[in-house]
Design a protein around this ligand. Structure first.
Ligand SMILES: *[C@@H]1O[C@H](CO)[C@@H](O)[C@H](O)[C@H]1NC(C)=O
Ligand SMILES: *[C@@H]1O[C@H](CO)[C@@H](O)[C@H](O)[C@H]1NC(C)=O
Ligand SMILES: *[C@@H]1O[C@H](CO)[C@@H](O)[C@H](O)[C@H]1NC(C)=O
Ligand SMILES: *[C@@H]1O[C@H](CO)[C@@H](O)[C@H](O)[C@H]1NC(C)=O
Length: 409
């Protein structure tokens, strides 16, 4: 009896001690930024939901405790009636900013805040829409395996979380995150200009603090800590048209010489879908022998049910909703590559770092949407339709229209 009581006492003391440790950590890294972050959130009351998403709803005692200690007035209290009825984005905008949005579903004007409200609204509506389903939609944040949180980069200095999506300006956004978080030093001093950072450092995962690393550092409190940060921090991602992203992935990984992608992906594709038995060991030999994966091979690989039995899609073609969990994480900012320049400027302004940081211009010849029809002309109609199904959730959640012209004869 006394033994078990003693044991329970130890348990309680142990938990309290761990919580205190976490608080001490937070005090040292986070507090200066809550102010900044809340200041950003206040003129921006279009948080997708007044109550957190499915995964975030059940706040445990520990989270409440952390919450109270961390954020003096951090999380916005739900306004009366807000949960009962979600006003249309335009109406919120109107009541908050005094704009005159007459028709309820007016298309977003040139106002960038309205554009963000619209994108978050689409995301919120389809996440809440029970007749729109895709795998993993209904799971909670707690059910997302740790290794699937490896795309969420955290900057504690400014209170920012970025979910990187390969082929969507991610190199430059990673550079920005390195500058903001000062996570990489150049001769003893943090990098100040994103373009100074060598590319190989940018893509080295040890440069970035990502959510999947929390487990090693904070053990069983890592999820609580993640959720506390998700509530406090500004969360953003950048997306692009899903089919154009696939073309871009194909161009950069299979049309340019890339040793790793040749061995891991091109060789099996050429074997399986083009009947090649003996293939050169290096990509340069293969290219000079005219052996290249075709776009049709690539699409066939994506549609082959066998592919994902071996391993999940590579991040360059994995669906954005599987990389960033947009129904479990309420993104504050949804940028698009199609409006990259405006979105980047707006985001840096919102983060209040636009004075000292400019988003690097992209020099590369970007894959244009207008090429889509040309690329897909060689793909059988049935495959195009299956491919749309495979990426449908990304089209819908991020407001990209269904490419009807590609899905009809
Ligand atoms: C919910 O999703 C379905 C299927 O995508 C769609 O047909 C319907 O219009 C959506 N409902 C609302 C209220 O958006
Ligand atoms: C990534 O960075 C770590 C630490 O700086 C280094 O040990 C490692 O070799 C780097 N990995 C690559 C692939 O460059
Ligand atoms: C590959 O070989 C199989 C059987 O040997 C044949 O049925 C198929 O048509 C061939 N495919 C191509 C693309 O040549
Ligand atoms: C971009 O690439 C396309 C196709 O490869 C080419 O037709 C176009 O001229 C290029 N544009 C620039 C600005 O290099």
């Amino acid at each position: 009896m006394t033994k078990s009581r003693l044991f329970r006492l130890w348990l309680v003391l142990g938990s309290v001690f761990t919580v205190l440790l976490i608080i001490a950590y937070w005090d040292s890294v986070g507090t200066t930024h809550f102010h900044l972050h809340t200041a950003f959130l206040r003129p921006h009351p279009l948080q997708p939901r007044a109550t957190p998403g499915p995964g975030l709803a059940a706040a445990s005692d520990v989270e409440d405790f952390l919450e109270k200690l961390l954020g003096a007035g951090g999380k916005r209290a739900a306004a009366p009636g807000e949960t009962a009825e979600q006003p249309a984005p335009g109406n919120v905008e109107e009541s908050v900013r005094g704009y005159d949005w007459s028709p309820r579903d007016a298309p977003p004007g040139p106002d960038p805040d309205a554009r963000q409200a619209e994108r978050r609204g689409v995301l919120r509506d389809f996440c809440a829409n029970a007749s729109f389903v895709f795998p993993t939609k209904e799971r909670s944040f707690d059910d997302i395996p740790n290794y699937e949180l490896n795309h969420l980069i955290v900057d504690d200095r400014h209170g920012v979380i970025y979910c990187y999506v390969p082929k969507v300006a991610c190199t430059n956004w990673k550079r920005v995150m390195i500058v903001l978080s000062e996570s990489l030093l150049d001769r003893g001093a943090p990098y100040r200009d994103p373009l100074d950072i060598p590319r190989e450092y940018v893509h080295n995962s040890s440069t970035h603090l990502t959510f999947n690393k929390f487990w090693r550092r904070y053990g069983k409190f890592s999820r609580h800590l993640m959720k506390a940060k998700l509530r406090k921090y500004t969360k953003f991602l950048f997306v692009r048209d899903p089919f154009v992203r696939l073309i871009s992935a194909f161009r950069s990984k299979f049309q340019l010489e890339n040793e790793e992608f040749y061995r891991r992906f091109a060789v099996p594709m050429l074997r399986m879908y083009s009947n090649h038995t003996s293939l050169p060991a290096s990509v340069s030999e293969a290219f000079s022998a005219g052996l290249k994966v075709s776009f049709a091979n690539f699409i066939q690989y994506l549609l082959d049910p066998h592919t994902e039995k071996l391993a999940p899609f590579n991040e360059h073609w994995r669906q954005v909703h599987r990389l960033c969990h947009p129904c479990q994480i309420e993104y504050d900012f949804v940028g698009k590559l199609e409006t990259l320049d405006q979105d980047a400027a707006q985001l840096l302004r919102l983060l209040k770092v636009d004075k000292r940081l400019h988003f690097p211009p992209s020099y590369r010849n970007r894959t244009a949407s207008s090429w889509e029809e040309g690329w897909f002309a060689q793909i059988p109609l049935a495959w195009r339709q299956q491919l749309y199904k495979l990426y449908e959730a990304d089209f819908v959640l991020f407001g990209y229209p269904k490419p009807e012209n590609l899905l009809r004869d």
